[in-house]
Each structure stands twice: as structure tokens, then as C-alpha cells.
Design a binder for this molecule. Structure first.
Ligand SMILES: [Zn+2]
Ligand SMILES: [Zn+2]
Length: 256
């Protein structure tokens, strides 16, 4: 399984993109920096776009995907829980902000949406995908993606303290989760349900205690202003926990 980080941040600029991951050119996880990172043909060849929650930085490119599908006379398969679909329909693809690609044209909507249920595995193009609820400020689900050879990655999307509630349901070789801010923002993280290195530490210790191992961890959703500070704290955490914990960047490719 090849994982490419199209976007690895929570702020967009000429050097940072919003969170989006690409698995084997078949699946996309979140759609922050998705359309700006791929040729249209590759966007429209995706077998599934999986959304973790409906915050802007994770759904931003869904309208753009719909418009591309319109002009290429096709549709894009998008998956998420009901809460994300409801938010897209009400606020984003509502016919005012942008065309209602969820329903138009009726015979073949440009966004071909499938609602997934928490903890009910689905199969897309040979991958087994398990949606797992995660703690965040709004309803959110991470995804464990398992390829045909049995290798699994778990991507949490945005998550805060209590991420460990997801651990009983997953057994990944690689965890991709978030760290938004450095340790001096622990209180912010607890309040708004994001992780700092300190808060991540508690969740990873819980994983090790529960599972008896600790996989490699790759982090996304860093805020660029404090990324250097986060990197220093994560390097110390990686040494302490004796596992690889690294920050992703746009264009990074990892094979598991
Ligand atoms: Zn969020
Ligand atoms: Zn976010």
C-alpha cells in the first residue's frame, strides 16, 4: 500500500495544503488539498473519496470534484457518515453556494454519495474499510483501510483526547493522526478536541497498553506557524516511546 500525503496542514498557503491523503491512486482520505494536487483524470479515476467530518479543511474540494465530474460527464464516489452528507447538502452543495451535485442530474449525480455506518466495514476496489468513531468537536469517523495483502493503516482525521476509544477496533501497521499545536496549547486541545504532542502521548500509551505494540505514527494537520515547535516536541516523544513518530509534508510517500 502506497500512501501519498497530498495535504498535511490545517492552513493553506503556497507551501502548505489542507489535509488529504491518497492511497494507491485508488482512494482519497479527506478532501482538503485534493483537487489542487491531482490531474483531473486521476481525480475522476478515484474509486472512493472518504470524508472524516464536515469541517471546511476536510471537505473543501468536494464542490470542485463535482464540477470536474460535470464537465467530464462522469461521477465521483464519495463516502462518509450521515452527518457529513447532511452538512454538505445543507450548507455547501445547496444550490446557492454551488450546484447540488448530490442530486443532479437525478439519474447520475456528479457526487455519487454513499453513507457509511460506524463500525460496519465496507469494501471498495478490494480494500476493506472500517469507519471508526473518533472524539472531535463534531461527529467524526476515522477509517482503517486494509489492502488485499492484509496490511492496514488507520487514519483518524481530526481527533482530540479520547482518541483511544478507537483503539479496540483497529490493528494498523501505521497510524496517521493529527497534532494541531504544541504542548503549550494543551488546554486548547482539550477544549476544541485536537491533539498536541503531550495529548497524543496519552493516546499512544493507551494503544501500547491495550495492543502490546506501537506502530509507526505519521502526523498531519499541523499549523504552520508553530510547526517547528511541534517538530521538536514530537522528536522527544518519538525517542521516549521508542517508535517512529514523524510529521508529514506535502508530497511525502510512505509504503507499508
Ligand atoms: Zn475538524
Ligand atoms: Zn481540520
Amino acid at each position: 500500500m502506497k500512501i501519498k500525503f497530498l495535504g498535511a496542514h490545517n492552513c493553506e498557503s503556497s507551501t502548505t495544503k489542507l489535509v488529504s491523503l491518497l492511497i494507491d491512486e485508488a482512494l482519497a482520505l479527506d478532501a482538503g488539498g485534493l483537487t489542487s494536487s491531482l490531474p483531473i483524470e486521476k481525480q475522476l479515476a478515484l474509486k472512493g473519496v472518504l470524508l472524516t467530518h464536515h469541517h471546511y479543511d476536510h471537505i473543501r474540494d468536494i464542490p470542485a470534484l463535482g464540477m470536474n465530474a460535470l464537465f467530464y460527464e462522469t461521477s465521483v464516489p464519495v463516502y462518509s457518515t450521515q452527518a457529513v452528507r447532511d452538512a454538505l447538502a445543507e450548507y455547501w452543495l445547496n444550490g446557492t453556494i454551488y450546484s447540488n451535485f448530490l442530486e443532479r442530474p437525478p439519474e447520475n449525480p456528479r457526487i455519487n454519495f454513499t453513507v457509511v455506518e460506524p463500525l460496519k466495514a465496507i469494501h471498495i476496489d478490494g480494500y476493506e474499510i472500517l469507519p471508526v468513531p473518533v472524539v472531535h468537536s463534531i461527529p467524526a469517523a476515522g477509517y482503517q483501510v486494509t489492502s488485499t495483502d492484509g496490511k492496514a493503516v488507520f487514519y483518524s482525521g481530526d481527533a482530540g483526547p479520547g482518541l483511544s476509544e478507537a483503539w479496540p477496533h483497529v490493528s494498523p501497521r501505521l497510524i496517521i493522526t493529527e497534532v494541531t499545536a504544541p504542548n503549550r496549547f494543551n488546554e486548547f486541545g482539550r477544549r476544541l478536541k485536537h491533539l498536541t504532542p503531550d495529548l497524543l502521548r496519552e493516546e499512544l500509551l493507551a494503544f501500547k497498553h491495550m495492543k502490546g505494540y506501537l506502530p509507526s505514527v505519521v502526523l498531519v494537520h499541523m499549523n504552520p506557524r508553530q510547526e517547528g515547535e511541534i517538530a521538536g516536541e514530537i522528536a522527544a516523544l518519538s525517542m521516549e516511546l521508542e517508535t517512529s513518530i514523524t510529521l508529514a509534508y506535502e508530497g511525502l510517500v510512505i509504503k507499508i
